[in-house]
Design a protein around this ligand. Sequence first.
Ligand code: 5AD
Ligand code: SF4
Length: 422
Amino acid sequence: MKFYIKTFGCQMNERDSEKVQGILSNSGWSEALSPEEADLIVVNSCAVREKAEQKIYSEIGRIKNKNRKATVVAMGCVAQINPSKLKQVADVVVGTNTIDTFFNIAKNGARGVFIKENMDNPDYIFPHVENITAFVDIMYGCDNFCTYCIVPFTRGREISRKKESIIEEIKKLVDMGTKEVMLLGQNVNSYGKNFDYNFVELLYEVNKIEGLERIRFTTSHPKDFSKELIIAMRDLEKVCEHIHLPLQSGSNKILKLMRRRYTKEEYLEKVYLFKDIVKEGSITTDIIVGFPQETVEDFEETLRVVEEVKYDTSFSFKYSKRPYTKAKDMDGQVDEKEKLRRLNILQALQAEITQRRLNEYVGRVQEVLVEGVSKRGNQLFGRNRQNIVVNFDFMDNIKKGDIVRVEITKALKHSLLGKLSG
Ligand code: 5AD
Ligand code: SF4
């Protein structure tokens, strides 16, 4: 029996798809190269913006045109909030808290709708697929209820996984050849709220794991991002010098309407502390333009913060109305055309800053973890500690998983080129 998985959305969804891949492979299924060859087709959905939500419906339609015989499973965030609508087009609907359903799908062809508000056992260790870098969930859900965001409704209440379970999972990964882990949570800085240890203590434990080379984490909520964590990033040799710190807006008025619970000044203070303490630190962010009541002046404040922080990359989006959220009913919704105008301005500014930041690497030697052969097939690629992709020429003695020193010779649009340095 063969399966095919199509994944939309964030790293959590990628990890969830990998869990499904692992469960099915361990049950004797093999992966199909295309949906046409598959007996089971899984579509993992994202609900964060309306456009993303539409994709699961068009994808299922497309798949059915190619393969009428396969069983179709709709899973992920849209499945969690719209099960009845999806049941009309899919054979099975699996929410975000019921991934264990795939054990039954593999074993006895379970059919139906499987949704739970919360996960039965967040400490369960789902299988991984061999890889040099791996995603590890350290917590599920979100309790922040930012007024634009659907995630607290699609992923449920925040719950942390126990440290013992996380460590056991990472040790298993290292035995399989993993060198780098990305610890995942909607708000990793609030990890361990119900325990007597916090995220920094978790990092200290993970840092001790022998054979593991690098530790990354995402996402940090600016309100909870702490000096203690910044110091841990400086002191723990495996923790990479990169933070993803979503700004969302540079206007205090909009931040308040978004219910982000920090001001622009507090945000910048943390950025400067990070830049001061963590040498060669890299910062990336998420920004929403055209949130209700955002004026041109508010938007310009966002541009000023972007210029000031000099993000290596930013991911920016037009505000999109989401069900269940407060912001969808707010006055002062911004015109679509105006949102697009602002998005284009912001993205042009970021492209310029990204280019400047990448150029700064030229002539410098970077530590690169080799992940494999580049897309074009003519080079090897990996990432430096700041999470920037570096391509360099093949060498016979270098293989996946090695850590090499690469002298950067050129900055491309989103990546770096280099040559091995002695
Ligand atoms: N509209 C636009 N962007 C959104 N995001 C979350 N909700 C919305 C929305 N309703 C963005 C935020 C978040 C990222 C994952 O997606 O910037 O950080
Ligand atoms: Fe959404 Fe805010 Fe939670 Fe992030 S912190 S998932 S933006 S509600």
